[in-house]
Design a protein. Structure first.
Lengths: 341, 224
């Protein structure tokens, strides 16, 4: 994928060049407020006549894309129409009337259909906007803080359904201030600073850089564990990760048997050099891969558990940590209060 | 009571308002989206009838409608009739005379319509006529009603232009304001009182209606 966008927003110039070796399906974008993320998406959606867009993504020429659909604060609902009116109007002109029911259910809008647009709360408004965008039959879906007013369970629930619903032909770019949104849904990640792309690559490499590479300071150190929901009982799900399993508090509606991602912030994992009887919910056995300084007071320890990489942040003033050897057997402990999607 | 004059006035105001809406909607739309240093010139031309004495406008229109002028000649060749001192001339004159009253509310309404609505509608693949019908016109509906109401009221109250280009031909150009003037000239104060009262009450109620509408103008528009 290659994409180059230049645009002017007032005094601010955006010149963003993205390129990835692989073809991402979902590209996440993070960056500080005012970095140019929204300008970038608006240019791709054709909101900015003066913007210059070139590039290709899979078989799509980004410069002449007429099905790039943006969902953001800049895409208001039409106030003269009800929620149902907004959705049906767009569905009719995109030959999607057959899909209204499915999409309305996907976006949890069923109870909102008879409402007027000015009666909606922030989260409801975002769901209706998302549903309307999906009914426009997007080839490129641009999500700009499109879930910010929804609570976590609802947000991850909709994201999960959305990923299952969209055909692989539909490419998605997602901007969010909450890195968790991006981690649970995206496969590639790009960082934008002051109108330029400073890093772009596969999510796992970006979050968890290989030895010798510096992690981007704007990203938290979070590991993503891939597993499968084995069973759920009273709000606790058992997720099988390779040969072992972990237990997680789970409010999501993801069906049992589906593969999920577990987000494990490195600061919430602790290590032991012997398998103790510490009163933690979860314990994974692994081997030390590397120990690298992370900040003035912390080191990042990478371990490999069940073939997956796990990062752990520990204080560097403990001599035992500096004694960790590559290949050493360790046990990682963490609680069951994790994000699952 | 001069019912033919009242009927003629209503016919003139109704027809002029209809034509004004057809012309003013595209003109105000274009003006609201147009940026150029010549915009002030165009805006001044549109607003000119607001400040010009109606006799000045009427004088130029009279010259333009004369059979030896371009417009008068064209009209003569198409319809076979003279344009000056006819009902049609009054309609032309009224459209020009009331033009700013139609354009200014519409311009304000269109200018307030945020471009995000238009970008969004276009992005969602809605054809232009659907965008106009479902997005643009509903957003400016109060402005449309105010523009139509003001155009109608202003045409009813027209006097100077009618006097210059229409004269006082019963059933053709004798509108209420002219009839009133005529009655006063002939010292028929009873009839004059009746006509004056009709105009006064009508205009008052029309304006009350428009201001009431404007007061309700805080639209449900918090959807960003």
């Amino acid at each position: 994928m290659e994409c180059h966008v230049t645009a002017q927003a007032g005094q601010f110039t955006v010149d963003i060049a993205l390129s990835t070796a692989a073809e991402p399906n979902w590209l996440g974008i993070v960056g500080q407020s005012g970095a140019g993320k929204s300008t970038f998406l608006q240019a791709l959606a054709g909101f900015n006549a003066a913007a210059n867009v070139t590039g290709r993504w899979h078989d799509k020429d980004l410069s002449k894309l007429d099905h790039a659909v943006l969902v953001s604060a800049q895409t208001p609902l039409f106030p003269a129409l009800s929620v149902a009116g907004n959705l049906e109007l767009v569905a009719r002109h995109n030959q999607q009337l057959d899909n209204v029911k499915t999409i309305v259910a996907l976006c949890e809008c069923t109870a909102l259909m008879s409402r007027q647009t000015n009666e909606l709360s922030g989260g409801e408004l975002q769901r209706v906007k998302l549903a309307r965008a999906l009914l426009a039959n997007p080839a490129l879906l641009l999500l700009d803080e499109s879930f910010s007013a929804m609570d976590r369970a609802l947000r991850f629930g909709i994201l999960h359904k959305l990923k299952a619903y969209l055909s692989p032909d539909v490419k998605v770019i997602m901007v969010s201030h909450d890195i968790n949104d991006i981690i649970v849904s995206c496969d590639h990640l790009s960082i934008i600073e002051s109108g330029h792309c400073v890093a772009c690559g596969p999510l796992s490499e970006m979050l968890n850089p290989a030895r010798g590479q510096q992690a981007n300071a704007s990203l938290p150190l979070i590991s993503v564990l891939h597993g499968e929901i084995a069973e759920r009982n009273k709000g606790i799900s058992r997720i099988s990760v390779g040969e072992t399993s972990v237990k997680v508090v789970d409010e999501s509606a993801i069906p049992v048997g589906q593969s999920v991602r577990l987000l494990l912030p490195a600061s919430e994992v602790t290590l032991a050099t012997e398998n103790s009887t510490a009163l933690h919910t979860n314990c994974l056995q692994g081997t030390v891969q590397s120990v690298v300084p992370y900040s003035a007071t912390q080191v990042a320890v990478k371990i490999v558990c069940e073939g997956q990489e796990l990062a752990v942040l520990l204080d560097n003033y403990d001599r035992r940590i500096n004694a960790l050897q590559e290949g050493q057997l360790v046990w990682a402990y963490f609680s069951g209060q994790l994000t699952l999607a | 009571m001069e019912f033919s004059a009242i009927w003629l006035t209503l016919k003139l105001a109704g027809l002029s308002t209809l034509l004004l809406m057809l012309v003013a909607i595209p003109v105000s739309w274009w003006l609201s989206r147009w940026n150029s240093r010549f915009k002030a010139v165009v805006q001044a031309c549109v607003a000119l009838p607001l400040v010009l004495p109606p006799t000045v406008l009427g004088f130029y229109l009279l010259l333009a409608f004369a059979p030896d002028s371009l417009i008068g000649e064209l009209w003569l060749s198409i319809t076979g009739e003279r344009l000056a001192f006819t009902f049609e001339a009054l309609v032309f004159g009224s459209v020009i005379y009331s033009f700013p009253f139609a354009v200014q509310p519409l311009y304000a309404g269109f200018a307030q319509l945020h471009p995000h609505y238009l970008h969004t509608a276009k992005m969602l693949n809605l054809p232009w006529h659907v965008r106009l019908q479902r997005v643009v016109l509903p957003a400016v509906r109060p402005s449309l009603l105010i523009a139509a109401g003001l155009s109608f009221a202003h045409t009813v109250g027209e006097f100077g232009v009618v006097l210059m280009i229409g004269g006082n031909i019963p059933g053709e150009t004798r509108v209420v304001s002219i009839a009133l003037f005529d009655q006063v000239e002939s010292l028929n104060y009873g009839s004059a009182h009746q006509l004056a009262a009709v105009l006064l009450v009508f205009s008052l109620f029309l304006l009350i209606g428009l201001y009431w509408l404007q007061g309700r103008r805080r639209l449900k528009w918090n959807v960003m």
